[in-house]
Ligand binder design. Structure first.
Ligand code: XMP
Ligand code: MG
Length: 187
């Protein structure tokens, strides 16, 4: 799944490429049922959602448009703060649209609850969320995520779009990053 030098940086492989693809296919069947006959706008959150967006959009047998947002939430490289800033906004007007936010991972949920409020203020017909991964802490916030791929343990994960310091995004599976890679970041 990855080059040997990357294997040393992972504690374990959490999800294989095959497991991820099988779950994405299941999620797509649900989305197809819920949006049959609709013209859906997928909104991907850069950069982590690039892989899930690419695979989800190609697996869906619905007409979809894709647009992208980049947001940054201030914090350390492994914890988010909830203070969010738009770095790249959508090109598409949301008024009257059915929108599905495509996210890589929901951790504290702070980024997502900010994003939902922001997109809902633009007058869409509906906004729902599809996230490949969700960590346990997300249960504490009141955000309704319609489609969740996997509930994962509270560890820092990389691969399949998720990075540490911009590395590991191109891994086909998902792994738990060894704390030895980042434990000196605050020194
Ligand atoms: P919150 O806490 O606002 O954070 O839900 C969501 C964003 O934080 C990043 N994040 C991670 N990135 N491995 C990563 O590579 C992780 O384990 C992880 N947990 C949170 C990610 O950018 C996500 O959109
Ligand atoms: Mg990130």
């Amino acid at each position: 799944m990855y080059p040997a030098d990357v294997a040393d940086d992972l504690v374990e492989v959490l999800l294989t490429e095959e497991q991820i693809q099988a779950r994405i296919a299941e999620m797509c069947r649900e989305i197809e049922r819920d949006y049959a006959g609709e013209n859906l706008l997928l909104v991907g959150v850069l950069k982590g959602a690039v892989m899930v967006m690419a695979d989800l959009a190609r697996e869906l047998s619905l007409p979809v448009e894709m647009d992208w947002m980049a947001v940054s939430s201030y914090g350390t490289s492994t914890r988010s703060s909830g203070v969010v800033r738009i770095q790249k906004d959508l090109d598409t007007a949301l008024h009257g649209r059915k929108v599905l936010i495509v996210e890589d991972i929901i951790d504290s949920g702070l980024t997502l609850s900010w994003l939902l409020e922001n997109l809902r203020s633009r007058g869409p017909e509906s906004v729902e969320v599809c996230a490949l991964l969700r960590k346990p802490e997300a249960a504490r916030i009141d955000v309704d995520v319609r489609y969740v791929g996997f509930e994962i343990p509270n560890a820092f994960v990389v691969g399949y779009g998720l990075d540490y310091a911009e590395r590991y995004r191109n891994l086909r599976g998902l792994g738990i990053l060894s704390p030895s890679v980042y434990e000196h970041e605050d020194d």
